[in-house]
Ligand binder design. Sequence first.
Ligand code: FES
Length: 109
Amino acid sequence: MSHLCLVTDIKDGQAKAYPHPSASEDRDIIIVRQGLNVYGYINRCPHAGTNLNWQEDEFMTDDEQFMMCFTHGALFEPNTGKCVAGPCAGAHLSEVKLEVENGKVFYAG
Ligand code: FES
């Protein structure tokens, strides 16, 4: 398993992008932290396929309730990747399985 980061590298309620360990995936992995839990998604919006962020590691709404695609404003649940508002409502971000051991986050497929 590839080590990606520490849980504590990401501020609680925020998200960061890390290079995908697979050579066949050119998009980053977004890792969202909620307390001690982390969730991983490919940084590709299901609407038009852009990166979600417009600036480095700018993924969250101001209230940290949702991840937002800055291209057309789709909102995603951090713990499911489901789009709950915007042009791709009902679609999902592509999930990346992560495992946490001793505070370290690993890519698990
Ligand atoms: S590309 Fe993300 S909302 Fe359109």
